[in-house]
Write a protein that binds this ligand. Structure first.
Ligand code: SF4
Ligand code: SF4
Length: 446
């Protein structure tokens, strides 16, 4: 148990306190965006194997219909986000940079876009294995940004015993408020999804962890908690990266995930609130994931807010709708700490897109300050929540000593939170170095 927990504050050690910038969107209820004339549904919107298209060019599809099937256990299906016709199945721009295979749907303007494809289920009749299959059929992945297939996360490794389901309601990235709004507006779905997940993993308790700067969300969820006390809400310190899985486990339970290990090894499964809310809504109705809530914010947005957007909607359509003044270099998908700048506004909103951030020119300039040599101030070491040595890792990255970074300085334990880059007075892009090093090591191992 950390000292901080001894003194009553549920938190982890190290981390940073970036400015929150949430005031423009936190109070705005979720609103639905209109349907774009064309939807782009990539076959790989998740970690693992891309799905396989099951429709042909020229085929009509209705909203909610499966259009691509899972290709193995570490894969999920895709569903039509709108009623229309398959115009093409081809390579399209992606937020990651390279073009990826996608199903392009020309949306029927005259359609009322009702969900016409569903197979309602009696959830009480399903075994845990059948629920896992049902979760895969929804095409659900982690909506917090990681896009890890949800059914894989709920499959407990053999030998592990889960006592606690942690529900991650921290949303510690600046600007993002999607989870905040979901907790305020969709409490019954969240509790239902939490109960399904508890059944699957065999947890006797669930703790919904919410940062203490969201008292309204904490109060809203408490109104929907079941009377048996199996689910509770706990406030944790507002600090970045409180929403990182390992940090939240430490804050709430005082347990540490072993280096290179999984939360299941210490009896825990963690799921994001948005993901479990979608689970609570989609599973009983037998529907696929075809839309999600995203925060659109930043100084370059005229109507910032939280929008319910069909998956596959081109980013350009979203930005035109909310009023956008700027160039393509200013748009970040995700939050400012862990998100990525997009190279093209033709990329679609996918299952993992939690936010769209449009920064002004002055902010971009502040972000792209000149890099200076390391002055060995140690600020990055003091900020790293994983207790790594970013300054040493940075020096090794500059010399391309990637194996030494992994073997002697635990590069694989880096959660890519960006705290080290955030505090560095020399503006060294440490986290970018680490991402490159990790991807080179992954390529070498493949
Ligand atoms: S990005 Fe990695 S090294 Fe840097 S603070 Fe986060 S965990 Fe530590
Ligand atoms: S914060 Fe930057 S300047 Fe300071 S020790 Fe770390 S890398 Fe060097």
């Amino acid at each position: 148990m950390t000292l901080l927990r001894w003194f009553g504050r549920k938190t982890f050690s190290h981390g940073v306190h970036p400015q929150a910038h949430k005031e423009d969107t936190a109070d705005k209820p979720i609103r639905r965006l209109p349907f774009a004339p064309r939807m782009i549904v990539p076959l790989a919107q998740h970690l693992g194997k891309p799905s396989r298209a099951t429709v042909k060019v020229g085929q009509e599809v209705v909203r909610g219909q499966p259009i691509a099937e899972a290709d193995g256990f570490m894969s999920v299906p895709q569903h039509a986000p709108a009623t229309g016709v398959v115009e093409a199945i081809r390579l399209m721009p992606s937020a990651q940079g390279p073009r990826v295979p996608a199903i392009v749907i020309r949306v029927y303007e005259a359609s009322n876009q009702e969900v016409l494809w569903r197979t309602p289920r009696d959830m009480n009749a399903l075994t845990p294995e059948q629920i896992i299959q049902a979760v895969q059929d929804t095409g659900l992945v982690g909506l917090g940004g990681a896009a890890f297939p949800s059914h894989v996360k709920l499959k407990v490794p053999s030998g592990a015993v889960i006592d606690t389901l942690i529900v991650n309601g921290c949303e510690c990235e600046p600007y993002l408020t999607t989870d905040h709004r979901v907790m305020l507006e969709q409490g019954p779905d969240l509790i239902r999804g939490t109960q399904y997940a508890m059944r699957v993993v065999g947890a006797r308790q669930a703790i919904i962890g919410v940062e203490d700067n969201k008292p309204d969300a904490i109060a809203a969820i408490r109104r929907h908690l079941p009377a048996d006390g199996s689910i509770r809400v706990e406030a944790v310190e507002t600090k970045y990266p409180q929403g990182a899985e390992k940090m939240l486990i430490t804050s709430l339970l005082g347990r540490e995930v072993p280096s290179g290990g999984l939360p299941a090894q210490i009896g825990v499964v963690v799921n994001n609130v948005g993901t479990l809310t979608a689970l609570g809504r989609l599973l009983p109705r037998g529907e696929g994931l075809i839309e999600r809530v995203i925060t659109v914010a930043g100084p370059g947005v005229k109507k910032p807010g939280n929008y319910l957007v069909p998956i596959g909607t081109p980013l350009r359509f979203v930005l035109n709708h909310v009023g956008f003044s700027g160039s393509e270099q200013e748009v970040i998908l995700g939050g400012p700490m862990m998100g990525n700048a997009v190279a093209s506004l033709d990329v679609p909103i996918t299952k993992g897109s939690s936010g769209v951030l449009v920064l002004s020119n002055s902010e971009i300039q502040a972000e792209t300050r000149r890099i200076h040599p390391c002055i060995k101030c140690g600020k990055c070491v003091a900020a790293c929540p994983m207790h790594l040595n970013p300054t040493q890792l940075g020096l090794l990255a500059a010399k391309r000593e990637y194996d030494v970074m992994a073997e002697r300085f635990h590069l694989k334990d880096c959660i890519e939170c960006g705290c080290c880059s955030f505090v560095c007075p020399s503006s060294i892009p440490l986290v970018q170095y680490f991402r490159i090093a990790k991807s080179i090591l992954r390529e070498r191992a493949a």
